[in-house]
Ligand binder design. Sequence first.
Ligand SMILES: [Mg+2]
Length: 370
Amino acid sequence: MKITEVEAIWLQLPVVDERCDGTQDTLIVRVHTDAGIIGVGEVDSSPMVAKAIIEAPLSHAIARGLRQCVLGQNPLDIAVLWERMYQGTIFFGRGGAAQQAISGIDMALWDIMGKALGLPVYQLLGGAFHTKLRAYASNLFGATPAATYEQARRLVDQGFSAVKFGWGPLGQSEALDIALVQQARAGLGDAVDLMIDGGLAYDASTAIRRSHQFAEFRPYWLEEPLHPDDLEGYARLVQASPLRIAAGEQETTIQGFQALLDAGLDVIQPDVARVGGISRAIEIGRLTAQRRRLCVNHSYKTGVSIAASLHFLAALPNAALLEYCVEQSALRQTLTRQRFPLVDGFVAVPQEPGLGIDLDEEVVARYRVG
Ligand SMILES: [Mg+2]
């Protein structure tokens, strides 16, 4: 089998604003083969930047577009092609947007292999420790504590047993922060797990103070309260905090995840559409398993990323939760024909060959801008 084409498809809603909602646009990758099998992947990046990294012509030996790195190659040689993409982009890559872009092609290659063999991707990764993951509803804080309370009530009514609130107005003042978390807990009741996403709002001293203030509302974890470069701050925070500390969504390299593990983080959150795809997400997940930490996906994109997340989490012994974005945008809700419904608080791992997803071509056509 040979790769005959790589398409980078930029999708965007008519209006994109500054909210931290990654479902307003996306980059979908389709890898075509001479066997007629087409693999699908997704990139979480700035879509136009990642599209350029895929489509760029050869500049010199270590400054190639990803398409050129894989065209004509055997799509089943996934590790070999991953290395070709990494080596081919050393000049502008080794992390960041190049690594994010590699994710989309890597995901599509696993989709192709699964379809070629008639097996779901998790089977290719060694099999399923889990056939379903407990989904936590992932959403932004409401504009006010009262709005946050209402959101919490709605999500409990939808059947979630865990809910995360983050970003939004958090970080504006101590009183507002405490009121937001208090109302989130009040809306959820005592039986539902509450996660707090700090959204880079604090320095280390403030995060230590907030983790003690939030403790009475019993959050399951406090996520990403610090700038991702502040590893010393994270090391101080995990020592001082009564709460689990989670991070990892900004990291794109193995070295970045090793540094988080060395800093003592409790919960490590690779995003399969940022870290270099399923090949790297499973590698990072196994590192976290060896060091007895929790591995939870980060994912705030479409059904393509949800499926890819389910497959790598299924294949990890130390995974139990699925970040499940509940944004109502058309790309999040309708791009894939599979809707990943919540059943008793859980989402099932796809059992169909490959990633187990189909794009709705009408939705692709409606939102395609490049
Ligand atoms: Mg987050």
